[in-house]
Design a protein around this ligand. Structure first.
Ligand code: ATP
Length: 314
């Protein structure tokens, strides 16, 4: 049996002079949630549209379990997608919308009740969807994605507009879909939305992947042996450590992060100058911090003469 995957290879998509997606390659593997993260306009939705065969790339390709979307025999049974929560006629009920889709894909009637239960819409399933809240429309979009019981799923900003209870539900759903062995790709422009959900991350900046890594590796790559400590005599500590060639960042009234010196050397330097300190240990950046740092580095190394997505070339 073919493994459930999404393989994006050398993908490019331009809109006029703008490279919305620029030589992008990554793989979404089964049994885990892959977070697809980047700021607004980074190219996430464009990539997802190409995967779903809704946009034609200028170069490269996106394969779903080894085949382009257009060659999938019954697409609904191969890949489910939540790209637009409102893509339903407002006068139609959720049941009718799902029945029509199930019919066109040759799926059994029982799948309708099953997916309505899975997304918690059973009680309102006969009401016209025009009266649905954003959260209910989002759940209906997920019901559509799950209808064909596909092994591959993609969700574009699925928690947008959801209340805290809805967000919790969504996180549980994403984790359980991955635990069932499905390949799950979830986009967000906020790293904290993916914390505790994504096992793997593809970080996008201006159409390019700036990281394709596990969450643990990303944090480790940013920590880079840095040391943090607290001291009431921050300025003295700062001067002493800087004099030894360390790069020191002030992170609070009484806290510092030190790069370029091992923890023992930092401790010794402060002891020699009788600067009291506490909680000296390895720096553990949050996922959000790690994301901000690699995004900043990516922007700093960007060639300045290229038009960025969202800007018009002079
Ligand atoms: N149909 C289009 N015509 C012209 N430009 C487009 C089109 N679709 C997207 N773009 C541009 O391509 C770039 C990437 O957009 P895209 O929607 O893929 O980003 P995104 O990462 O999904 O952003 P967001 O988080 O805001 O959804 C943006 O600069 C956007 O303005």
């Amino acid at each position: 049996m073919t493994e459930a995957t999404i393989e994006v290879r050398g993908l490019r998509k331009r809109y006029g002079p703008l490279a919305a997606v620029d030589d992008l390659s990554f793989t979404v593997r089964p049994g885990r949630v892959t977070g697809f993260v980047g700021p607004n306009g980074a190219g996430k939705s464009t990539t997802m549209r190409v995967i779903m065969g809704l946009d034609r790339p200028d170069a490269g390709q996106a394969l779903v379990s080894g085949r382009p979307y257009a060659q999938l025999p019954v697409p609904l049974c191969e890949i489910g997608a939540l790209l637009d929560p409102a893509a339903c006629h407002p006068g139609r009920s959720a049941t009718d919308h799902l029945r029509w889709l199930a019919h066109t894909a040759g799926l059994p009637e029982r799948r309708i009740a099953e997916v309505l239960t899975a997304v918690g819409l059973t009680d309102v399933a006969r009401r016209p969807t025009g009266g649905y809240s954003l959260g209910m429309r989002q759940r209906l979009g997920i019901a559509v994605a799950l209808l064909g019981d596909p092994p591959v799923l993609i969700f574009d900003e699925p928690v947008n507009g959801l209340d805290p209870q809805g967000i919790r539900w969504m996180r549980g759903l994403l984790n359980s879909l991955a635990a069932e062995g499905r390949a799950v790709l979830v986009s967000s422009h906020l790293m904290r939305e993916l914390e505790g959900v994504a096992d793997h991350l593809v970080v996008l900046s201006r159409g390019r992947a700036i990281a394709d890594t596990t969450v643990a590796e990303l944090i480790e790559s940013v920590a880079r042996g840095r040391v943090e400590l607290r001291t009431e005599r921050r300025e003295e500590a700062l001067a002493a450590l800087t004099a030894l060639g360390a790069t020191v960042a002030v992170t609070g009234d009484d806290s510092l992060t030190v790069a370029g010196l091992p923890a023992e050397r930092v401790a010794r330097a402060l002891a020699e100058r009788s600067v009291p300190h506490r909680e000296l240990g390895p720096h553990r950046p949050s996922l959000e911090e790690a994301y901000m740092e690699i995004s900043r580095e990516a922007v700093e190394f960007e060639p300045a003469d290229l038009p960025f997505p969202g800007e018009v070339a002079p």
